[in-house]
Design a protein around this ligand. Structure first.
Ligand SMILES: Nc1nc2c(c(=O)[nH]1)N[C@H]1C(S)=C(S)[C@@H](COP(=O)(O)OP(=O)(O)OC[C@H]3O[C@@H](n4cnc5c(=O)[nH]c(N)nc54)[C@H](O)[C@@H]3O)O[C@H]1N2
Ligand SMILES: Nc1nc2c(c(=O)[nH]1)N[C@H]1C(S)=C(S)[C@@H](COP(=O)(O)OP(=O)(O)OC[C@H]3O[C@@H](n4cnc5c(=O)[nH]c(N)nc54)[C@H](O)[C@@H]3O)O[C@H]1N2
Ligand SMILES: [Mo]
Length: 771
């Protein structure tokens, strides 16, 4: 085997410089062009970039932030460009590669190296006991899947995973296939992502989605951005924040880390942004401790209620009386505690000085329109659902739902994760959806709940799920408790992955394994009736088309629609009444059926051809109607709680560097945080470091503290003194997923608690075996 950079943590020697306080500007443009030039060849790269997020181009797979109207000639960002460069690379990963490397050898290689090997060009098969994947024909691959699926005792022995970039069309067919096969086992990446948002918003507002449009961001008087790092993960959002800022919006940032993007922004789309000092985005930075947001928002709410005792206008009584339920109980519970105990608790949970909280509330009182935006810093905690419910309480108090410039804005991750859920990728589908699906396709869908992501891992471990099919994603690296998960996956009879690039999930196989190469968002997709496009739904419920423009690298790659439909035909048989072949021939026919099954898609084919697509209805936003169990917007009582690290331990959050897309690593740097050429770093507050005797530049193992007798260790992390909140630490995912216990999940949503893991630091053990 020629040397392949392995997973040996000792090879990871980051250089550390001061973190930056400004995002984007010239370095970002230079970086985008460098990346595209390197990876896809100049012409292919430039052509691709010019078509991103255009009315007649393809939707950037980089994130779910909406496109503004009018669109800018360069409507992409540095990280979107890296993403597309990864995807539209000219490098091919051919069957040859697999004859050179065995799966055991590949399992020793880093995820970064695996991803760098290029686009997978052929379907590949790993026979039981074999060490090398070999090419397989599509028909044989489908036969094999069909054989294993039909050998199961029950349809619930299969799990159908989805990562959030699958198009609406493919997602709709995929869930239809799973349900016709007989299971609701449709775990997805959302279970690890915004599931907490969906749970909280569904209960309180009646729809598990955000309630704002881009214009609301521009028109808000106050934006609160909590638990999100848009400079890296949603860079185009900074353009929207800048625009809002210029028309007078104020911005409060809530984060344990001072993230560069939220401080100062130099917009590369404007000359001012390129040469000037940039725009100061954050007016007030609340540096909360990890997991302190529930306490923080309850403090805002208490101050608002107390103010209302003498100035009734502090809350919107008319809105509360007309549109909400549960106010009295909520108000009583928030005001219950005596002042001293309340504020002591808030200070302990957040570390935020009371003056800053009072200043926030003064800004709130001066703002008629408020939007709260959030992402993974909020959703991946045990108490994530109550935290988001408390955000809703905060907005309801002043009637900030259902009017311009106001509302909830959970900022989604994967570019079509929201659309996939709309299409029915969900392990707990509602009755109305199943009724409608069953009526349209004349069958009786399974009614019992399926398995979510964490439950799927447990079921694999316990021998209850034996066939695993993944529509994209990188299951073993994205999920918690890497070692336990890998062991569980290996128990499967068959694992099959519809993928574009090689990743760790392919080399941690079940007894048999398949890799099925798919066209990506940027690839040109031609079927029997001609050129096809797909549709996606962004974070704000806008549905629009996406047409790939890049010539596929191999004729063997198939569209996801084709893969799902061909598999469905093979498994369900010739007599199955769903016209699978017709769907592949013309995606309009799939859209016609979506229109019949899912509310809000009337005239789908016509409306999605409009340049800006169309916006799905959202009752709370559109007419202040709340389809909840009470028929009103619900105030909730959320017991005060915050994660605690015992003395000598820290609360670790696992986050993204500037050079990665989830488990896909673009490079080994995190420019804004001053990290270069390495990823095994742990950010620690200098005062904590001093107390724990962790010198800057020293190396330590991170050991997770969870009460189940299992030792979870991530070896060899370079300590970086960094201005994070006291008591907290931060390190990158997925290297730290070994530390997240499978059974440590959020109440209600069951999302792994990837942002609050209690860890202790041990001297570098030298045990690098299982990284
Ligand atoms: N370039 C790029 N873009 C991406 C992705 C990517 O990996 N790379 N991933 C996509 C996906 S799937 C998603 S879900 C999104 C993720 O987008 P983000 O949620 O921005 O991603 P994270 O890096 O996990 O950042 C979490 C942020 O929350 C903060 N935080 C952590 N704990 C807490 C807390 O307890 N309270 C508060 N207030 N803040 C906290 C962290 O300091 C950090 O700033 O981005 C999407 N876009
Ligand atoms: N510790 C920790 N764990 C986390 C998180 C965290 O913050 N901390 N974040 C969680 C979150 S928010 C998410 S969303 C999940 C992400 O979980 P996943 O969605 O499962 O992971 P990704 O890394 O986005 O998947 C990347 C793979 O998708 C495949 N792929 C890329 N493009 C396409 C395409 O167009 N079609 C197909 N078929 N395949 C494609 C490629 O093979 C690539 O290797 O991870 C979660 N895990
Ligand atoms: Mo995500």
């Amino acid at each position: 085997m020629s040397p392949a950079p392995g997973n040996d943590p000792r090879q990871d020697n980051p250089r550390v410089s001061s973190p930056e306080d400004t995002a984007v500007g010239l370095p970002a443009i230079a970086n985008s062009l460098r990346v595209t030039g390197e990876s896809s060849g100049a012409k292919r790269g430039l052509l691709t970039l010019l078509n991103v997020n255009k009315k007649r181009g393809f939707d950037c797979p980089g994130c779910a932030w909406p496109e503004p109207d009018p669109r800018h000639p360069v409507e992409f960002c540095e990280n979107g460009a890296k993403h597309i460069a990864e995807e539209s690379t000219r490098r091919k990963l051919t069957p040859d590669f697999f004859s050179r490397y065995s799966v055991s050898e590949l399992a020793e290689c880093s995820g970064y190296w695996l991803g760098q090997q290029g686009r997978i060009t052929h379907p590949m098969y790993l026979e039981e006991g074999a060490q090398h994947y070999v090419p397989i024909g599509w028909d044989e691959a489908f036969d094999l899947l069909a054989e294993e699926l039909s050998a199961l005792d029950s349809p619930d022995g299969a799990a159908f995973y989805t990562s959030g970039r699958t198009s609406n069309e493919a997602a709709f067919l995929y869930q239809l296939f799973a349900r016709k096969f007989g299971t609701n086992n449709l775990p997805d990446c959302s279970n690890m992502c915004h599931e907490s948002s969906s749970s909280a918003l569904d209960e309180t507002l009646g729809i598990g989605k955000g309630s704002v449009l881009l214009d609301d961001i521009y028109q808000a008087d106050l934006l609160i951005v909590a638990g999100q790092n848009p400079g890296t993960n949603h860079p185009r959002m900074l353009t929207a924040l800048e625009k809002a800022k210029r028309s007078g919006t104020r911005i409060i940032t809530v984060n344990p880390l001072p993230e560069a993007g939220m401080q100062r922004f130099k917009n590369p789309q404007s000359p001012r942004g390129i040469i000037g000092p940039g725009t100061q985005l954050t007016d007030l930075f609340l540096q909360t401790r990890v997991g302190g947001d529930l306490a923080l928002f309850s403090a805002f709410n208490r101050l608002l209620l107390q103010t209302a005792e003498h100035s009734p206008d502090a809350i919107d009584r008319e809105f509360i009386d007309t549109h909400t339920h549960g106010f009295d109980e909520f108000a009583r519970s928030i005001l219950e505690e005596d002042e001293e105990t309340f504020w002591e608790r808030v200070l302990h949970a957040t570390g935020v000085p009371r003056e800053d909280i009072e200043e926030t509330v003064a800004m709130v009182l001066a703002s008629r329109r408020i939007v709260v935006c959030w992402a993974m810093g909020i959703t991946q905690h045990r108490h994530a659902v109550p935290t988001i419910r408390e955000f809703v309480n905060f907005l309801l108090l002043r009637g900030n739902i259902g009017r311009t410039g106001a509302g909830v804005c959970p900022v989604r991750g994967h570019s079509n994760v929201q659309g996939d859920r709309t299409m029915g990728i969900f392990d707990r589908p509602g009755k109305a959806f199943l009724d409608s699906l069953g009526a349209e396709f004349s069958f009786d869908p399974p009614r019992h709940h399926g398995l979510d992501t964490v439950e799927t891992i447990r079921a694999m471990r316990d021998g209850k799920v034996g066939v695993f099919l993944a529509m994209g994603g990188n299951f073993v690296s994205a999920t918690p408790d890497t070692r336990a998960t890998e062991e569980a996956v290996r128990q499967c009879r068959l694992t099959a992955h519809v993928s574009t690039k090689l990743n760790r999930s392919h080399v941690i196989p079940g007894a048999r394994s398949l890799i099925l190469p798919a066209l990506s968002r940027s690839d040109h997709d031609v079927q029997e009736t001609g050129e096809q496009f797909v549709t996606v739904e962004n974070s704000m419920g806008v549905v629009h088309g996406s047409s790939g423009t890049v010539e596929p690298l191999s004729p063997e790659m198939r569209s996801e629609v084709d893969i799902v439909a061909s598999l469905a035909r093979r498994v369900l048989g010739r007599d199955d009444s769903v016209p699978w072949e017709e769907f592949v021939a013309d995606y309009d026919r799939i859209r016609d059926r979506i229109e019949q099954v899912i509310p809000g898609f009337s005239n789908f084919n016509e409306r999605v051809r409009r340049p800006d697509g169309f916006t799905l209805p959202h009752a709370p936003r559109d007419k202040r109607a709340f389809p909840t169990h009470t028929g009103k917007a619900n105030f909730t009582v959320n017991a005060a709680t915050a994660p605690e690290a015992p003395e000598g331990k820290l609360l670790l959050q696992t986050l993204r560097s500037h050079d990665q897309f989830n488990t896909t690593i673009y490079g080994n740097s995190d420019r804004y945080r001053g990290i270069h050429d390495g990823r095994r770093v742990v950010f620690v507050n200098p005062d904590d470091a001093w107390e724990l005797d962790l010198a800057d530049g020293s190396y330590a193992d991170l050991v997770s503290e969870f009460d189940d007798g299992v030792e979870r260790r991530a070896p060899h992390f370079r300590v970086v003194h960094y201005p994070t909140a006291r008591g907290c630490a931060a390190a990158y995912y997925p290297e730290t997923n070994v530390l997240v216990p499978l059974d440590s999940t959020a109440d209600i949503s069951n999302t792994p608690t990837s942002k609050s893991i209690v860890v202790r630091f041990e001297t570098d053990s030298g045990d690098y075996a299982a990284v």
